[in-house]
Design a protein around this ligand. Sequence first.
Ligand code: 5AD
Ligand code: SF4
Length: 461
Amino acid sequence: MNDIFIPQSEIERQKEIAKSLHPITNGKKACVITFGCQQNENDSELMAGILELCGYEITDNSELAEMIIINTCAIREHAEIRALSEAGQFKGRKANNRNIKIGLCGCMAQQSHRREQIYKSYPYVDFVFGTDMHYKLPEIIKTSFESKKRVSFITEKSHDCFGTISEGMPIRRESSYKAWVPVMYGCNNFCTYCVVPFARGRERSRNKDDVIAEVKSLVERGYKDITLLGQNVNSYNGGCDFADLLDACASFDGEYRVRFMTSHPKDASSKLVDVIANNKNVAKHFHLPVQSGSSRVLKLMNRKYDREQYLAKAMEIREKIPDIALTTDIICGFPTETETDFSDTMSLVKTVGFDMIYTFIYSPRVGTVAAKMDGQIPKDVSNARFKALSDMENDIAQSLNEKFVGKTLRVLSDGVNKNGIPCGRSTQNKIVTFDKVVPAGEFADVTIETVGAYALMGKIK
Ligand code: 5AD
Ligand code: SF4
């Protein structure tokens, strides 16, 4: 597996190129625009760090920037349309100022049919690069300046053998108290609806020592909420299993929380559940995507577990960790989904009682098995199922939250929300609002007085 690690000599070479760009980038601003998941947010923070190394000043305002990088998502069609329309916004600015550089990266850029479309229809995009190319950003930028032509840096290998890991490039984190830490990249599961294995390549794990050292350093620098990231953290294999990695990351001195995203139910082990139950620094939140409550649909999705196995795992989690928040992802309208399949999903949701569901309408993805299946479901049917599920979940979430009334929760403050109300998150990742401002990144005890479906309201103790 060693061949997946980019040699340190190459990382140093990129850093040298970054420095050599300073005469060109001096005084200029760069902006990274992010779509999609936490992995993309983490990648964008890395790119911002590398752009700083190249001499750019980072700005959130793309109108001030002369270097604009759009980090795209391909999980559903809606995400792709949004990223393309963002790219379209720059046509006029590029026409007015030839010096502006526009780059496109992320899951959409990794797919050849989208690259062809970008090449044909978005001539003002200067460079495109793939999901494992961030470390090469200095070279990509240099090539783009020198060649004056459009450039593309993509691993062209087939999806089952592409993917690298690079360590040692700088990162510019958005928050001073919340951090993402990737533990693995890619996915080998090939759920039949999902583009991720094609867009992010094969599973590969960072070395445990690198992950643990990064978490230790974050804790020492005062980070309080650290999320270990991977498409399926349970298949982590960088020197230990994921349960041991999580335990080690959550065993430093001080008050902080470690979370993780995302787990595949087929290999969420009892050992992992025990670590969450027993380590006080592991957040009491388990995101366990079920996708459907019908064993027939789960089989078609290639999820490798059935309804009963999922229910058993969910019950084990609820029994061992009574104060856990259990959240999930569900897809409505997967090809051939019948009313009976959907009512199986509704009944599973009722039985488990999820604290929150991320509900998605099935979106066919080029290259996936499900996109070619007969029995695609009409939009109005999927929409109706989406609504029925959301309505039921609202009631479930509300009643689960009632148990917090009168209890005192330890809340990590996020300062104030957009309405100026003091807010933060509990260990369950529930939004909590309260009466007095607490500086962002500090813990406070809040006694809960009233609850809604997606927020708890209380007073500082
Ligand atoms: N259509 C709809 N939802 C999807 N997801 C992944 N692929 C698709 C698709 N093609 C959802 C799954 C996954 C979440 C991140 O996105 O529920 O868990
Ligand atoms: Fe996609 Fe399935 Fe991999 Fe999750 S486990 S990223 S849904 S293929």
